[in-house]
Design a binder for this molecule. Structure first.
Ligand code: HEM
Length: 532
């Protein structure tokens, strides 16, 4: 079974057992002394020739690598995925065909904004990234615990993250979202409003990674054996239901136990209480692409489950903690462009940017082009490429490495037309080069209002309190006012409660202020897990 293949592969990379022999240098030379450096006499200078001393310090001096530019703080675990039944009707992806096939996975949960050493229970989005080691190569589903995103186009990502991160002059704040630059950006880019409603809700302070949903966010594409496409949105639902902390608890945890969420994950797995998640899909036939009020390529919008129900297709169990945080959780490299035959992209401009950005950032974070050779990143299928050399090359390749090649030797043959190889979905595309999106991208408020309308009274209270707390820390009065103006377009009552709490004037009720009616057909009830 492939699950065993990943474990066997990890075994090959485990460092020698310390109990089986003496301490050595990097060259394997036994060492009998590691506490005193070699000096001239008892009180003389240290000698350059002390190679053990120099090697030990040099290695230590180089132990840190850059942390991820976002999602720096995380916790990971291994496990497996099993489909409930064959999904051949929609996709030819091998790992979704046979309920008896277990595919090994590695999952990394993360916060987005804070550095590696920040607290777990801050108000933030959580990453939920899964690497499936399938028999056809690695597939990465790199999602979050909220179904939408802040921006519609990846070209804005550097601006958004610069605004979200600590302020450049003093690096404050390091672990929370409350500061002027974020709210300045948000109030000037109203496409963020839907996501900001999620961020101010209790979803942003999950009680446990075991009790958190995950979403692929974008619309992706399944492709079947005949090359037919079906749009797909991915949903993870935790078997334990969705549970959040309340704000006071979250703040107390930051002080008492900054590792609250990662400790919970680690201890549950050690205790054999394996976290479990169901994978569901919303499937949309290609011919229905334009039958929605929203554009499927807009990652700031959901497709309500009342319109397209979530169909459960499999489940994932996390049952093994990593052996080494750095080697595995830190060095794992997820990438939205890691897809397998049967799963493909859409033209969502946010997804297209991500397909560039992850590999690009990992080239520097993991020190060159060979990080897919690291044990946590290696596929369980052999990677036979013509790529050679570069920093940290650890394979010994034989023979030539170019194609076409009549001399034989090293160059692998191309896959035949037996359906095994990846082939990009043959979407017909034609048009002018422009920087413009469809009209529905400009509706920034309807789904933010939909979210607000679907909340119970106590959930609304928490949202208002969160806006008051966060905006109350913003020094620039015009930024507070402009944010309240944006909120008035989502819901006037929400805006008025927030305005009262932070001492700014409310705009006059007017044509621009939104008083939407809750539509039963568009409630978000189904998006909530049990216990939310
Ligand atoms: C990292 C999710 C948008 C760039 C991550 C991680 C997750 C994630 C889960 C952490 C991966 C890990 O655990 O190693 C998302 C989601 C997005 C989104 C769900 C929107 C729907 C973007 C965009 C960009 C971007 C638009 C850039 C154009 C990055 C980068 C990293 C990252 C550079 C660090 C990767 C690394 O160093 O390994 N993202 N992200 N993300 N994301 Fe995104």
């Amino acid at each position: 079974m492939t699950e065993d293949r990943k474990e066997r592969q990890r075994d090959m990379y485990r460092a020698p057992d310390p109990a089986e022999g003496p301490l050595t240098t990097d060259q394997g030379v036994a060492v009998d002394h590691t506490d005193d450096s070699l000096t001239v006499g008892e009180r003389g200078p240290t000698l350059m020739e002390d190679f053990h001393f120099r090697e030990k310090l040099t290695h230590f001096d180089h132990e840190r690598i850059p942390e991820r530019v976002v999602h720096a703080r995380g916790a990971g675990a291994y496990g497996y995925f099993e489909p409930y039944e064959s999904c051949a009707e929609f996709t030819r992806a091998a790992f979704l065909q046979d309920p008896s096939v277990r595919t090994p996975v590695f999952v990394r949960f993360s916060t987005v904004q804070g550095p590696r050493g920040s607290a777990d229970t801050v108000r933030d989005v959580r990453g939920f990234a899964t690497k499936f080691y399938t028999s056809e190569g690695n597939y990465d589903l790199v999602g979050n615990n909220m179904p939408v995103f802040f921006i519609q186009d990846g070209i804005k990502f550097p601006d958004f993250v610069h605004a979200l991160k600590p302020e450049p002059q003093n690096d404050i704040p390091t672990g929370a979202s409350a500061h002027d630059t974020l709210w300045d950006f948000v109030s000037l880019q109203p496409e963020t409003m839907h996501m900001m409603m999620w961020l101010m809700s209790d979803r942003a302070i999950p009680r446990s990674y075991r009790m958190m949903q995950g979403f692929g966010v974008h619309t992706f594409r399944f492709v079947d054996a005949q090359g037919r496409g079906t749009f797909v949105k991915f949903h993870w639902k935790p078997k334990l239901g969705v549970h959040s902390l309340v704000w006071d608890e979250a703040q107390e945890c930051q002080g008492r136990d900054p590792d609250f969420n990662r400790r919970d994950l680690w201890e549950a797995i050690e205790a054999g209480q394996y976290p479990e998640y169901e994978l569901g899909v919303q499937l949309i036939p290609e011919e229905d692409e334009f039958n929605f009020d929203v554009d499927l390529l807009d990652a700031t919008k959901i497709i309500p489950e009342e319109q397209v129900p979530v169909r459960p297709i499999g489940h994932m169990v996390l049952n093994r903690n990593p052996d080494n945080f750095f080697a595995e959780t830190e060095q794992v490299a997820f990438h939205t462009a890691n897809v397998v035959p049967g799963i493909d992209f859409t033209n969502d401009p946010l997804l297209q940017a991500r397909n560039f950005s992850y590999l690009d950032t990992q080239l520097i974070r993991l020190g060159g082009p060979n990080f897919s050779q690291l044990p946590v990143n290696q596929p369980v299928t052999p990677a036979r490429t013509n790529q050679r050399d570069g920093y940290h090359q650890s394979m010994i390749h034989k023979g030539t490495n170019y194609s076409p090649n009549s001399l034989g030797g090293g160059c692998p043959a191309l896959a035949g037309a037996d359906g095994y190889a990846f082939s990009h979905y043959a979407e017909r595309v034609e048009g002018h080069k422009i920087r413009k999106r469809s009209e529905s991208f400009k509706d920034f408020y309807s789904q933010a209002a939909l979210f607000w309308n679907s909340m119970s009274d106590w959930e609304r209270r928490h949202i208002v309190d969160a806006f008051r707390f966060e905006l109350g820390k913003v020094g620039a009065v015009h930024v507070r006012e402009r944010t309240v103006e944006q909120l008035a377009r989502v819901d006037y009552d929400l805006a008025s409660q927030v305005a009262q709490g932070i001492g700014v004037a409310l705009p006059e009720p007017g044509a621009n202020n939104h008083k939407p009616q809750a539509s039963p057909a568009l409630s978000l009830d189904n998006l909530r897990g049990d216990g939310s």
